[in-house]
Design a protein around this ligand. Sequence first.
Ligand code: UDP
Length: 234
Amino acid sequence: MKYKRVLLKLSGEALSGDKGTGFDEATCVKVAEQIKKLNESGCEVAIVIGGGNFWRGASSDTIQRNKADQIGMLATVMNCIYMSEICRNAGMMTQVLTPFECGSFTKLFSRDRVEKYFSKNMVVFLAGGTGHPYFSTDTATALRAVEIQADVILAAKSIDGVYDKDPEKYPDAKKYDTLPISRVIDEKLAVVDLASAVLCYENKMPMCLFSLNEENSIINCVEGRCTGTTVTTD
Ligand code: UDP
């Protein structure tokens, strides 16, 4: 195993499979199977899930952005509760943490709590983003990865890595095997948003981007066989 502690980022859309919205149970069950293998092999897995399968702050131009973003953050909580239950059905112990109170639905996030749950071999879901508007779950991913001192961010996407141009439009687009984070920032490459790229750069947090649709892609990445793009810390 190359990485002992990982922060897995799943986009909301990844949970919705081909439907594009809501949950696709078969897709989620397959993801949970991979998480279970990692959990059983002693890898500490924290998971951030986006909310794009329900709502994005930018979805509305009629309501205030900070309210729209609150709805987006709640969408990530729904996704984490759902995925946490799918993982429990598969036999794992899980806990959902949020940066704001959700009554008895979740517990408040703290680094200490994450350590406690990891020591009990639990899979930890970091829901609710950063708890602040004008951020994204990409930013929450970078922030939490740094806070919990993850070895790497694993970003499972619908695309199999980072390309020099849009591979859907340009058949000659080339995929990067590795890419320095400084280039992502300097050239504003649309890999992750700029705020999260800067956090990764300043805190030397590497990132692997790969396709969730590829068989065993999460496990392969943890074992050091990333078939997508590795974003290095230089
Ligand atoms: N969001 C937010 N602050 C955060 C994280 C998320 O306001 O720290 C809101 C924002 O409105 C965003 C939505 O939650 O559009 C869903 O997250 P995101 O778009 O990152 O989801 P993904 O595209 O990864 O599914």
